[in-house]
Design a protein around this ligand. Structure first.
Ligand SMILES: [Zn+2]
Length: 259
């Protein structure tokens, strides 16, 4: 084992120990600043851009507010429209000693009519359809950076998948039974994905794809404050249900709210 790997694993162990102290949740609005994420145009005489970065920020802030109101220790990787690199997001996870990392994104598809919400957790796979989403969300990384990060992925998967997958299941099932049911939105399921923002953060976490900006009906819905609020509430209940599930398991670390 290289020194690098030893230090890395030590870092992960340290994170696990911290979980006994208090629960800190880091909410990560995807993209921002120069990086618009997926973009669609309004259907008006003078079309205006609708940008993933704006919708993601608005939903992320709602999740943040709801968790803060419930007295969790909660942070955002950005609260403004600014560029934040994937390594910077990971550094914020480190600095805040986040226990859970929730990244919020909006999907897009070149094929018209794609619909539905999906929830990703970090894991290896060889599904071609998922690789498309990964390519979009990993867009900031290239060349040597990718090679180094791919080495890290295996280690992080080992350390996080047992938490990330149940967290993804809890949030996704809540989305399904609330906004999914109410608006008749298709559930595209819980999926493994190799997202560098999840790997770099080295935390149990999920990446949410709220819906398709490329599909008129979905983007209109996602821009609605009412829907954004309902979606955020479902995510928060999903997180809380996951935490309650951890409490009820014997021998699990105790996660407490901020005093
Ligand atoms: Zn995105």
């Amino acid at each position: 084992m290289t020194l690098f790997k030893s230090v890395f694993i030590f870092g992960l162990s340290f994170i696990c120990l911290c979980r006994a102290e208090a629960l800190t949740i880091l909410i990560d609005p995807g993209h921002g600043g120069d990086e618009f994420g997926a973009v669609a145009m309004t259907q008006e005489k003078n079309p205006q851009p609708i940008r993933e970065k704006d919708i993601a920020l608005s939903i992320a802030k709602r999740i943040y507010d709801l968790l803060r109101d419930k007295n969790y220790s909660v942070f955002l990787t950005r609260s403004l429209d600014r560029t934040v690199s994937l390594p910077e997001r990971a550094a914020i996870a480190e600095k805040t000693k986040a226990d859970l990392f929730i990244s919020v994104h909006i999907n897009s598809s070149p094929e018209g009519g794609a619909v539905g919400f999906e929830t990703y957790y970090l894991d290896n796979h060889d599904d071609v359809a998922m690789k498309k989403v990964e390519r979009t969300e990993n867009i900031q990384t290239s060349g040597d950076e990718v090679v180094v990060q791919q080495i890290l992925v295996d280690l992080v998967v080992q350390q996080t998948v047992n938490t990330s997958k149940p967290l993804a299941e809890s949030i996704h099932s809540q989305l399904k039974s609330t906004v999914g049911k109410k608006y008749g939105i298709k559930s595209r399921g819980i999926k493994p994905g190799l997202f560098f923002v999840l790997a770099l953060s080295k935390r149990p976490g999920v990446l949410l794809e709220v819906g398709f900006i490329s599909t008129f009906k979905e983007r209109v819905r996602m821009m609605s404050p009412k829907f954004q609020d309902e979606y955020a509430r479902a995510v928060v209940v999903g997180i809380e249900n996951y935490i309650k599930g951890q409490h009820s398991k014997p021998g699990k670390t105790v996660i407490r709210k901020r005093k």
